[in-house]
Write a new protein. Structure first.
Length: 367
């Protein structure tokens, strides 16, 4: 048992192994938010056939990859820029804009604020309210968006709340921001898991607004965080070209580029992923309805945020109980605006989900 409280992220399996004496191979991670189906079916079959691609440089423009992405998201490939994961693209956007003052909708992913501070800027947070299930109240946001703000950062669906903003609402946000000279960066890492994808994604809006960039990656939906492939969609061509000029060449290796071309066309995998997450998300929520010891917030991504209503147990204590059984959940007390009563877990396969719920709602936990 650890005496000093630590915060573990989904990729921290080595740290968990060392801290708890549990082999990482025996840990089922409900914290990483990665597709439980594993990599794309076609990718598993076809990528080994392309191993010789590493003997040559990839296309500097990544034209075929961008065309594959364009077909997948139904956007002009010329409005797409690829990078070494969405993390590189977040950095590039902030390096290019150099915001003196940014507004971030939170609680959310900490890397946004970190990158802004590295660039010498400061960040203020628009707080999503627990009483409103962490759903955005746009009029309250508009009051905070003063003209001295350069950048608005939105994660949609949001991590860790699993709440989302419709494209209709996003239009009003973009109109407000355009009037006040604010650029909008939308991180859509989890949008493909949404049951209302077409009503949520901001990709079509990039054709009509020049003050938005949409970022995505393959780490979560396509279960390929190790490939480090991300992409940005932006209809503002001067901004996109300048962003490209800041980027180092060949940041995506040949195999990752080929992998993208393969996985974005794997329709069976995409269908199966959506069906699994959608059905399990609904089933788990029905189960959670039976337990008065927790409150969950309507989820739209592939994870669920829980508030512990039993004041006899904290998120850290629940984390410890779960990890001792080989299940890693996320203690959310490190997120801004959340405390030691919140946990997050992602949706896995049915048997794994049942096993975790049995641990969480056992007699010595939340039962």
């Amino acid at each position: 048992m650890i005496k000093q409280k630590e915060h573990f992220h989904g990729s921290d399996l080595e740290k968990i192994e060392k801290a708890f004496g549990i082999k990482k191979e025996n840990i089922t991670s409900f914290s990483a938010n990665v597709n439980p189906l594993g990599i794309s079916y076609q990718l598993r079959k076809e990528l080994p056939l392309h191993i010789d691609a590493v003997t040559s440089y990839p296309d500097r423009e990544y034209t075929n990859l961008r065309k594959s992405i364009g077909e997948y998201i139904q956007a002009d490939y010329r409005s797409i820029l690829v990078g070494n994961g969405s993390t590189e693209l977040i950095s590039l956007v902030i390096q290019l804009l150099r915001p003196k003052k940014a507004c971030i909708i939170g609680p959310t992913y900490s890397e946004y604020g970190h990158e802004i501070s590295l660039g010498g800027g400061s960040a203020i947070y628009f707080r999503l309210q627990e009483e409103q299930n962490f759903c955005l109240q746009e009029n309250a946001l508009f009051e905070m968006l003063t003209p001295d703000i350069d950048l608005l950062v939105i994660c949609n669906p949001n991590n860790p709340t699993s709440s989302q903003i419709t494209s209709e609402t996003m239009c009003r946000i973009l109109d407000c921001c355009k009037e006040r000279g604010i650029f909008v960066m939308v991180d859509e890492t989890y949008v493909e898991f949404s049951e209302n994808y077409k009503e949520v994604t901001s990709v079509p809006l990039t054709q009509h607004y020049d003050n938005i960039i949409v970022l995505r990656g393959i780490s979560k939906f396509f279960a390929a965080p190790g490939l480090r492939l991300g992409y940005a969609v932006c209809g503002n061509q001067p901004f996109l070209k300048k962003m490209d000029s800041y980027k180092n060449p060949w940041t995506i290796n040949s195999l990752a580029a080929i992998a993208g071309e393969i996985m974005f066309h794997d329709k069976a995998y995409i269908h199966d992923t959506f069906q699994l997450i959608s059905s399990e998300r609904e089933r788990i929520c029905h189960i959670l309805d039976k337990y008065p010891s927790v409150k969950y917030y309507p989820p739209h991504a592939n994870f669920i945020l829980l508030r512990i209503l039993n004041n006899k147990i904290t998120s850290w204590e629940l984390f410890e109980k779960a990890i001792q059984k080989g299940y890693m959940i996320r203690d959310c007390s490190s997120f801004q605006f959340l405390d030691s009563q919140y946990i997050r877990f992602c949706i896995m396969k049915k048997e794994e989900n049942n096993a975790l719920l049995n641990v969480l709602f056992s007699k010595d936990a939340l039962g």
